[in-house]
Write a protein that binds this ligand. Structure first.
Ligand code: GLA
Length: 745
């Protein structure tokens, strides 16, 4: 890792272990030089396009005796509007004269060790030896704005983290920021497929790819949350890249609100890729002297295909984005009462569930929705974070103590950013919800959204959640968010700041979370939003795991989890075994398959254990035991997607997913294959594990143990496993899935 400035060539070279990112200075203009395989040196002579283009690409100025250029044809580092570049700009700002336009020139730079935090925003972090940061200062010679473009390179990661700070240096006049991206890169070609993670509630993060073509292709959220529908991420895969080969660029935004990730292919076949806050319903009044900071964009370059990109994100996010006592600890096995009881519980039922869970070896009991206010269904009480006395007359302490006595940790569900119209909180503070003037705000799941841009609201939630944590000795919190904010307006802000509310909402939330995680470092926080509606890097900074989806069906989970794992590590991906038939889609699957699929992340159960047969309970006990043996490999190992929806163009109708985790010391590995359905007289499936030591020998164990495709006690070299593979037939006898444990002997 290093950042070098070649003052002779006016070039910055940002070096990661296997790549070089180039920034050029040209007569004060800051131009992008490219992001390549690691270079010894860079002259730019071969890739810089000839500057002349005819009159439809205007030229801001002609340099004396030198070739002039139009911004329209140059690779820009942070493109502006109004000076002849007609591609999408990275910043739009309207100054006091009402003009939308600015132009920035290099002023100075600093190169320093480590990485500074971003004010009020979640971000990756590093100490002095782990990263280096370049800050480029740019100023508009004819306007009040100054930009700081920040770039961090990492020891050991092919990643560059970028953000931008915009300062209004005027002494008296404000500027209205209309859009400011966190990162922009101009690629000299568009031979890319764009990968996005798209879906819906209970159908999150499908891997979708498309070939780029001229024009704009974008994914975005306008839901005031990162959303189930699109994830704040995109990747550009060189057209011949695969899961394990070729060049891939990832763009991920450390943010939980409205975002946009876009690729614009222009008239000359170049591609501008950007990620940042969505300009939709956004503007920011920057008063004289004030600074605006964008969220952080985390850019990853891989030469080992999509898999290489994912592994970089996983390790970077695990070690440099997640924080706290739980960051490096294996996560407890959960029993959650939601799909076991829904709202219909009392202390007796909860303890009966806890007794069975404890006897099966589970470690954390989570009491879900319905313990507060007078909440017997989803129509009331959000905001009233005090015990529902009629349901739990002995209080929460009794439940918490009872769970602790059974040797388990105790956790609670909250939905702190919401307010029910039927709540004491709403009756006391009707203006605390997001709403636009006299217009009645729209309900979602019978609830309204609190106005997190208000400090009084944030203070209230901090106090309410803190006192429950302290009084009940909580070890864990599931932090839910069950509707998209609509009516995104605030009673506490003036007219010219209403379009700041969607961003201020997240500044308020991040402030609240920062206070809570600082106060309660031992508490394990799990983010949730109707499952995976806010599965984003912003939330991961405060909460090291997220409830992946409200859909707990094992087959649906194959694609949801494979898609989630494109960016997010298994330690962040919460997965539970639930009942069969499944409550969301009615499908029946074997207990064994539900277990194998849920073992791809942080593991748990969410069903009424006391309605199961003795045989099923025995099955669960052995699953819990198995997961305890493999969880460190799963949660902290390297992921290899062996078969994904991207590669499932197969002869037979039955499709399957296969994935593998390898411990970082390569001594242990877990390989799982799960079929969507059984096939008659099926094709052979050749599973080729990856990431093993070719010369080492690995003993193979298989789950289920009866009738294994590889006899128990088999021991072969890593090379044989990787190059010859494991040959399997899809057999109903396997119950729909197989899990292999490989251990170096
Ligand atoms: C959301 C969550 C579920 C459950 C319910 C409770 O839908 O995703 O897991 O907690 O809320 O109302």
């Amino acid at each position: 890792m290093s950042i070098r400035f070649d003052s002779g060539k006016h070039v910055f070279l940002l070096e990661t272990p296997s790549s070089t990112y180039v920034i050029r200075l040209y007569e004060g203009h800051v131009l992008h030089g490219g992001w390549f395989h690691r270079l010894p040196d860079w002259s730019g002579a071969c890739v810089t396009p000839s500057c002349e283009r005819p009159s439809f690409s205007p030229v801001p100025e002609e340099f004396e005796g030198k070739t002039y250029f139009s911004p329209d044809v140059m690779q820009q580092e942070f493109p502006v509007t109004g000076r002849g570049d007609f591609r999408v700009p990275a910043i739009e700002a309207v100054d006091a004269s009402g003009v939308n336009g600015a132009e920035f020139r290099y002023v100075s730079h600093t190169i320093g060790k480590g990485k500074k935090p971003l004010p009020g925003l979640p971000a990756t972090y590093a100490d002095e030896n782990e990263a280096e940061t370049l800050e480029l200062e740019l100023a508009d010679p004819c306007g009040p704005l100054r930009l700081t473009l920040s770039y961090t390179v990492w020891e050991g990661f092919d990643a560059i983290c970028r953000h931008v700070r915009v300062k209004n240096t005027s002494e008296s006049e404000s500027v209205s920021l209309r859009s400011v991206m966190s990162a922009s890169i101009d690629f000299p070609h568009y031979r890319f497929k764009m990968l996005q993670l798209s879906g819906a509630h209970v159908r999150e993060r499908r891997m979708i790819t498309r070939d780029l073509c001229p024009g704009m292709q974008a994914v975005e959220s306008r839901r005031c949350m990162s959303s189930h529908q699109q994830n704040p991420f995109m990747a550009l895969l060189e057209t011949n890249a695969t899961e394990s080969t070729g060049e891939v660029f990832g763009f991920s935004l450390v943010y939980s609100g409205n975002f946009i990730a876009r690729s614009e292919v222009d008239q000359f076949g170049t591609c501008r890729a950007q990620i940042g806050i969505n300009p939709y319903n956004f503007s920011w009044k920057l008063e004289a002297g004030q600074e605006f900071c964008t969220p952080e964009a985390v850019l990853v370059r891989s030469e080992q295909g999509l898999g290489g990109m994912s592994r970089t994100y996983h390790e970077l996010y695990r070690r440099h984005l997640c924080r706290g006592a739980w960051r490096d600890k294996v996560r407890p096995i959960v029993i959650n009462n939601w799909e076991a009881t829904y709202f219909d519980f009392n202390a007796k039922k909860l303890f009966a569930l806890a007794d069975t869970a404890a006897s099966c070896g589970m470690e954390l009991f989570v009491l879900d929705d319905g313990w507060f206010g007078h909440r017997n269904d989803d129509r009331s009480s959000l905001g009233d974070w005090f015990i529902f006395k009629d349901k739990l007359p002995e209080g929460l302490k009794q439940i918490s103590d009872g769970i602790h006595e059974r040797g388990m940790k105790f956790g609670l569900w909250f939905e702190p950013e919401m307010i029910s119209p039927d709540s004491e909180l709403f009756r006391a503070h009707p203006d605390w919800c997001l709403h636009a003037g006299e217009r009645k705000p729209a309900l979602g799941r019978h609830q309204l959204v609190l106005d997190m841009s208000r400090k009084d609201v944030v203070d209230y939630i901090e106090q309410a959640v803190s006192s429950i944590i302290t009084e009940s000795g909580l070890d864990y919190i599931k932090w839910d968010f069950n509707r998209c904010p609509s009516d995104v307006a605030s009673a506490s802000l003036p007219a010219d700041r209403q379009m700041e509310v969607s961003h201020r909402f997240y500044l308020g939330l991040y402030d609240l979370l920062e206070r809570l995680v600082a106060k309660f470092p031992q508490v394990l926080f799990e983010s949730c939003s109707g499952g995976g509606g806010r599965f984003d890097p912003g939330m991961l900074h405060y909460m090291p795991q997220t409830w992946t989806s409200d859909n707990t069906d094992a087959l649906s989970r194959i694609s949801i989890q494979l898609g989630t794992g494109v960016v997010y590590p298994a330690s962040a991906m919460s997965c539970h075994v639930s009942a069969s038939p499944n409550h969301q889609i009615g499908r029946m699957t074997s207990l064994s398959m539900r277990g194998h699929v849920a073992m791809a992340g942080t593991f748990g159960y969410e069903l009424d254990l006391n309605r199961l047969s003795a045989e099923e309970i025995a099955g669960i006990k052995s699953q819990v035991e198995l997961y305890k043996q493999i969880r460190d490999v799963v949660q902290f190992g390297d992921l290899y997607r062996l078969e994904t929806p991207l590669s499932s163009n197969r002869l037979e109708a039955a499709s399957y997913g296969a994935w593998q985790y390898v411990s970082r010391d390569r001594k242990r590995s877990v390989v799982t294959v799960a079929w969507s359905y059984a096939e008659a007289n099926a094709e052979y499936l050749l599973l080729k594990p990856q990431g093993l030591e070719a010369d080492a020998r690995y003993a193979i164990r298989c789950s289920p143990e009866n009738n294994p495709p590889v006899p128990a006690g088999t021991c072969v070299s890593g090379g044989e496993l990787m190059y010859c593979g494991l040959r399997i037939v899809n057999q109903a006898a396997y119950g729909g899935s197989l899990l292999f444990i490989l251990e170096k002997v």
